[in-house]
Design a protein around this ligand. Structure first.
Ligand code: AMP
Length: 233
């Protein structure tokens, strides 16, 4: 039977990382709408440019575009045994759409894993994160060893200044996700989560499928909690 799991949690709760681990352990792919939208960066058509603009401001992409991209992804060959949804659904319309789409396929949402994290930690995890070309990641607040961080004046003179990072020794500049680089955009995403995504928790709770997991633990401890929940399904 196919397994459809929703990973929910505020930005910085570690959804992407944990989704990768579930993918490896249970053999079902991670479907991240954020990643699907980021992959559009290589395109220059009007839809792709609109999506980039929305993402940079920390707002949500419209539901029709988002639902369509998910339907397309779920129809692909590697998704036939189920998927781990990361960053979707993000509001009531998307949740209702997903449930009816899965019902048409003769499937249902097996579990909602809610990664719980306090708001200030969530802010620091997103705003402080930088990554190297080889995929290793660092954080200004939590994991700054071997990295030189500096605050640079925003080119447009906006407040707050920009956080820049380079590897000590090689001088390799480290990258930040454009939507993490602006404190305003990070805060906007937190607000959007509280206003539109958090209410989904009670929606799924009425179906008895929400499992709460403490995301303020080591990556391995969170993975172990998730495996325990999924093994019971
Ligand atoms: P994420 O990587 O999940 O934080 O997503 C990055 C950005 O992509 C979000 O801030 C939104 O602009 C957009 N996005 C991702 N998933 C969705 C979704 N389910 N609905 C609408 N917009 C989304």
């Amino acid at each position: 039977m196919s397994l459809y799991v929703i990973l929910m949690g505020i930005q910085g709760a570690g959804k992407g990382l944990q989704a990768k681990r579930i993918e490896e352990h249970f053999g079902i792919p991670q479907v991240s709408t954020g990643d699907l939208f980021r992959a559009m960066r290589a395109r220059t058509d009007e839809l792709a440019r609109k999506v980039q603009h929305i993402m940079a401001s920390g707002q949500l992409v419209d539901d029709d575009t988002t639902n369509a991209i998910v339907v397309d992804r779920l129809s692909q060959a590697d998704a036939q045994r189920g998927v781990i949804l990361d960053g979707y659904p993000r509001n009531q319309i998307q949740a209702a759409f997903l449930e009816s789409h899965l019902a048409e396929m003769g499937a249902h949402v097996g579990a909602v894993l809610l990664l719980e994290l306090d708001l200030f930690t969530a802010f620091k995890r997103a705003f402080g994160r930088v990554s190297a070309a080889d995929g290793s990641s660092y954080n200004y607040y939590y994991n700054a060893q071997g990295v030189h961080f500096s605050w640079a004046q925003d080119p447009a003179g906006n407040f707050p200044p920009r956080l820049e990072a380079t590897v000590v020794g090689s001088g390799e500049p480290l990258k930040r996700r454009p939507d993490d680089a602006s404190a305003d955009a990070v805060i906007k995403r937190i607000e959007t989560y509280l206003e539109t995504t958090q209410p989904l928790i009670s929606y799924f709770e009425t179906r008895g499928i929400v499992h709460r997991i403490n995301a303020d633990q080591s990556i391995d401890a969170v993975s172990a909690d998730i495996k325990r929940v999924l093994a019971r399904l």
